[in-house]
Design a binder for this molecule. Structure first.
Ligand code: SF4
Ligand code: SF4
Length: 444
């Protein structure tokens, strides 16, 4: 029995709205008529196309290759013909070079994908190679290449692995359903990760608003005789942010500007763990993912297994379409997600949710002036001064914003959520981070 308090400083309690989709079992959406696969779906260098217009491809064929160590390949997610390679709207913003494949409806797979009964005996390097070849990038939304995360330098040994099943963003239930429906696959992924890292301590962290997932995981851990602890955490946003999770579970503080490996920890999301199992056991590339399609604007909220590259409009159509009072479509959760301006954008590796929000849910109105109430300061889990940073950024004082620690902001949105003046802090902080990074590069 744990006696210490499993939490972190700051945070907020937004309405959860999980009830819209949490009881909906994962449905497999039929592959669409065409898919749009951007060459940039991960943090790092964009992948490089290795197909040409007119090429025939099978599911799992590499269509763009990793360019450098911090990069991952992408694969065909339908069988068919490459119809175009051109810039298309991207869910993270702007237009990005994308490979458009017309589905021939045959669902033919690359022959390379097959179950390997001896996968557990592979050495760590071969496992990492399969993870890279499968094009895995963090599926919780961060999209950091998984093979890079699993390759810490020799002077940063990892003694603690945390499986992130917190799913603290309101509305989202994809990880919850995966933990219930793919429990053993996820745990096989945990075994692989812990073998690669040669790490002794393993935790499975789940917020206590998912008691059925906690029970399912504990039961499976027992049956599989695994030496990992399933930890039920209090509900508080952003409990699932890496630094906050590490603090809650281990009481270690990741230093400002640092990474979890600086304190001997590594965190992977449950979707990534399942994909790691598929990659290592079957050489299965990341061609699909579970997406929560929800919000009061969605007529039939669901958790859907979707091919990567499926346009949002097709996924929404599969969920009955949107209600008339829908005013906002979001890629991701309501706190950290990105509002969309085109329904042509495709599901990418980091798309955990598609939200259709109504006028009642967004409560959108123009910001008022700051009233210096300091509520944003109280809730910031990174101990920053959001009000002061926002004020400096409004005057284009990026050096001051840098000194105040804007680069440490994890863009959780807790400050914006709590602010009575509805100031859009995160928007300002993202902008300032770009400007500060540009300046730092210019000075280097
Ligand atoms: S300043 Fe950044 S880290 Fe702090 S509450 Fe706001 S968004 Fe979150
Ligand atoms: S919560 Fe909003 S109004 Fe209050 S100090 Fe922060 S920015 Fe100003």
């Amino acid at each position: 029995m744990r006696l210490k308090k499993l939490t972190f400083k700051g945070g907020v309690h937004p309405p959860e709205y999980k009830e819209l989709a949490e009881d909906k079992a994962i449905e497999v959406m039929p592959a669409p008529e065409f898919v749009v696969i951007p060459i940039q779906q991960h943090i790092g260098a964009p992948a490089e196309p290795v197909v040409a217009v007119g090429d025939e491809v099978k599911i799992g064929d590499v269509i763009c290759q990793a360019k450098g160590f911090v990069s991952v390949p992408s694969h065909a997610t339908v069988s068919g013909t490459v119809k175009a390679i051109e810039p298309r709207p991207h869910p993270v913003g702007g237009n990005v070079l994308s490979i458009i494949i017309e589905n021939d409806g045959k669902d033919e797979w690359s022959p390379d994908v097959a179950f390997d009964e001896k996968y557990a005996e592979l050495d760590a390097d071969e496992m990492k190679k399969r993870i890279l070849n499968a094009g895995l990038a963090g599926m919780g939304g961060a999209t950091f290449p998984s093979h890079v995360k699993l390759s810490p330098p020799a002077d940063k040994p990892i003694d603690t692995f945390i499986l992130n099943g917190a799913e603290c963003e309101p509305y989202l239930t994809a990880d919850h359903r995966m933990m219930l429906e793919k429990t053993r696959d996820i745990l096989e992924g945990v075994k692989i990760i812990m073998k690669i890292l040669n790490c002794k301590n393993g935790y499975i962290a789940i917020e206590n608003n998912k008691p059925d997932a906690v029970r399912a995981m504990r039961q499976a851990v027992k049956e599989m005789k695994m030496d990992v602890e399933v930890v039920s955490l209090p509900v508080k946003y952003p409990q699932g942010a890496e630094k906050q999770l590490i603090k809650a579970i281990t009481n270690r503080n990741v230093p400002a500007g640092g990474l979890p490996m600086d304190v001997g920890c590594l965190v992977h999301n449950v979707g990534t763990a399942k994909a790691i199992y598929d990659a290592v056991s079957s050489k299965k590339p990341l061609i699909e993912r579970v997406v929560t399609v929800t919000g009061q604007g969605i007529k039939e909220p669901k958790n859907v297994l979707v091919r990567i590259g499926t346009p949002f409009e097709k996924v929404i159509e599969f969920c009955g379409g949107v209600t008339e009072n829908t005013i906002k479509i979001v890629n991701g959760g309501p706190m950290m997600g990105i509002a969309q301006f085109s329904m042509e954008v495709p599901v990418i590796k980091g798309t955990s949710g598609i939200l259709a929000l109504t006028d009642k849910e967004t409560g959108m109105r123009d910001p008022d002036p700051c009233i210096r109430c300091a509520r944003c300061v109280d809730v910031c889990p990174m101990n920053l001064l959001p009000n002061e940073m926002a004020r400096q950024i409004e005057y284009n004082n990026f050096d001051e914003a840098h000194q105040l620690g804007v680069l440490d902001c994890i863009e959780c949105g807790s400050c914006s959520f709590i602010c009575p003046s509805r100031i859009r802090h995160v928007h300002l902080f993202k902008y300032a981070k770009m400007e500060v990074t540009k300046k730092l590069k210019a000075r280097a």
